[in-house]
Design a protein around this ligand. Structure first.
Ligand SMILES: [Zn+2]
Length: 218
């Protein structure tokens, strides 16, 4: 009975055109023609979690770095907590600070060694910001409005460059038995963001020294 009532309420107010053929219409598009994009928008707006896709799929960073940030945002990088969940038996300790357990949010956001780089980013750009708890919230909150327009692309590439630099350093320690080097961490970060920015800045700062000066100029 309920179904009949709801059918009648849908039909109420509709007019039937006797002379017209029946045809299938796609309500999710304005012109009632099916497009994959309209289907995607329908699925995407149905209560899905917000995701920082715009900053992750940036033309200013290499695709492999975007993929790493994508995995990190979903908590799928194989940090020690993830290996334990998959049945590995190990004593979980962060390879960088040797103090806290290693999770993706710890190693990329909260680890004191990663914080050295975050502080470097904020001081280079002259920005004050309190980092959120997770990788995803950090990227979601990483607003271009924090800096002026000309430095916007570099600013948006900064967290991805930082993630990649920290992860590569971590892997050097784990797989190549190297000791942590804060100086190498800082150098790698600045070199990465410089070389990636160069490709999307149309000839602006041409040397590393000019680049660092340029970052500090608002
Ligand atoms: Zn740590």
């Amino acid at each position: 009975m309920e179904a009949v009532v709801s059918l009648l309420s849908i039909l109420q107010g509709k007019r039937l055109f006797v002379g017209l053929e029946d045809r299938v219409l796609w309500n999710a598009s304005k012109n009632e023609i099916f497009f994959v994009k309209s289907l995607y928008n329908t699925l995407d707006s149905s209560g899905s979690v917000p995701f920082p896709w715009r900053i992750i799929w940036s033309p200013c960073v290499p695709t492999k770095v975007g993929f790493f940030a994508w995995e990190a945002s979903w908590g799928k990088v194989l940090t020690q907590d993830q290996l334990k969940r998959r049945g590995w038996i190990l004593a979980n300790r962060c390879f960088l600070c040797c103090d806290e357990e290693e999770t993706i949010n710890h190693i990329l956001i909260h680890c004191p060694k990663a914080r050295v780089l975050w502080n470097l980013v904020f001081s280079l750009f002259g920005v004050n910001w309190v980092l959120p708890l997770t990788v995803r919230d950090t990227l979601l909150g990483w607003s271009a409005s924090f800096v002026d327009k000309k430095r916007g692309k570099t600013w948006r590439a900064a967290p991805l460059s930082l993630f990649w630099t920290v992860w590569k350093e971590r892997n050097r320690i784990v797989f190549d038995n190297e000791a942590l080097s804060i100086q190498r961490l800082k150098n790698s970060f600045v070199c990465n963001i410089f070389s990636w920015s160069k490709s999307c800045l149309d000839g602006e700062p041409c040397s590393l020294i000019n680049f660092v000066d340029w970052l500090g100029s608002s």
